[in-house]
Design a protein around this ligand. Structure first.
Ligand code: IPM
Ligand code: MN
Length: 349
């Protein structure tokens, strides 16, 4: 019995999660998949009602699940960053989901803004470090609000944290396909301490993988190449902050926020799967959001827990629907109604 914690979250989260669960239900019978859902009302609305985003012992409740399925986080009436911290970042950090996996894969039939590039060229995996960097929340203010104010936000990198994410990337490159290449994306020409550590660890760990090609790119140049020559990439390994930024760019070249999914992985614990997009409050409750990214997150979830047949069926169904030409625009507000897209994919599994 697969035990899944469901956190629909804010904004369009509940609507897109509903479609993901619809597809899960559709795939369960033919693949004989047994699962149990437990829903959590955590997020901005709960905060407005009760003064807390989630219960104090929330993270412990999550630990007993095989996987976590998250919709979207971010509420316009809640102080900026609060839901992000209490829900998303606390789960990532607290459950030690140190890998943020973000496949950048253009499916056939999907429009990309990059001229002359197609599914053969746009197919790589970003392995984003997920528990360190400027996200740790180390820093502070001095002389707050005065002309002499000083603000610091410290980028923290540990050797252990750097080593485990880089090793994960090399393993992913071996498992993925025959290309077997890992590109380290950093800014070691300026971040001469933190990213010096990344470079040294990349070289050290890389020695254990003689069969995997190694490459390096500064993050600014990597942004250029993702657009100009996306086919150069197979697996990218990068820091938390840079991974956040380059995967929005990656989402755009793979067809937009409507399709981009991700997994927050703890290889030994509970992992969490979510679309890359935010809560899009302006579309909330209108059946206008594209649920494909969230359905693709369910595909990743099932693959991660070893339900390979169910996972493959969902991916094939997504591919089929995307390639059918029935969805002319993948963006929220312009795509077919949320529930209809869910129905199409559920029918195709
Ligand atoms: C993401 C989001 C989050 C991040 C925010 C909501 C905290 O942008 O998952 O990419 O920065 O990691
Ligand atoms: Mn982001």
């Amino acid at each position: 019995m697969l035990k899944i914690a469901v956190i629909p979250g804010d904004g369009i989260g509940p609507e897109v999660v509903r479609e993901g669960l619809k597809v899960l239900d559709a795939v369960a019978k033919p693949t004989n998949l047994k699962y149990e859902l437990t829903e959590f009302d955590w997020g901005g609305d709960r905060y407005l009602k009760t003064g807390e985003v989630r219960p104090e012992d929330g993270l412990d409740q999550l630990r007993r699940f095989d996987a976590i399925y998250l919709g979207a986080v971010g509420h316009p009436d809640v102080p900026v960053g609060l839901v992000e911290r209490k829900l998303l970042l606390d789960i990532r950090f607290g459950l030690d989901q140190y890998v943020n996996l973000r496949p950048i894969k253009l499916y056939p039939g999907v429009w990309t803004p990059i001229k002359d590039k197609g599914p053969d060229e746009i197919d790589f995996l970003v392995v984003r470090e997920n528990t360190e960097d400027m996200y740790v929340g180390t820093g502070g203010f001095a002389h707050y609000g005065t002309p002499d104010e000083v603000a610091t936000q410290v980028a923290v990198y540990t050797r252990k944290g750097t080593e485990r994410i880089i090793r994960y990337a090399f393993e992913a490159a071996r498992a993925r396909n025959d290309e077997k290449k890992v590109t380290l994306v950093d800014k070691s020409n300026v971040l001469t301490y933190g990213h010096d550590l990344w470079q040294r660890v990349f070289a050290e760990v890389g020695e254990e993988y003689p069969d995997v090609e190694k490459d390096r790119a500064y993050v600014d140049a990597a942004c250029m190449w993702m657009v100009k020559n996306p086919e150069w990439f197979d697996v990218i390994v990068t820091t938390n902050m840079f991974g956040d930024i380059i995967t929005d760019l990656g989402a755009m070249i793979q067809g937009g926020m409507g399709v981009a999914a991700s997994g927050n992985i703890n290889p030994e614990g509970a992992s969490m799967f979510e679309p890359i997009h935010g809560s899009a409050p302006k579309y909330a409750g209108q059946n206008k959001a594209n649920p494909i990214a969230t359905i693709a997150a369910m595909h990743m979830l099932l693959e991660h827990v070893g339900a390979t047949e169910a996972a493959a069926r969902i991916e094939n169904a997504i591919v089929k629907v995307l390639d059918s030409g029935e969805i002319l625009d993948l963006s929220a507000g312009k795509c077919p109604p949320t529930s209809e897209i869910g129905d199409m994919i559920a029918a195709a599994v």
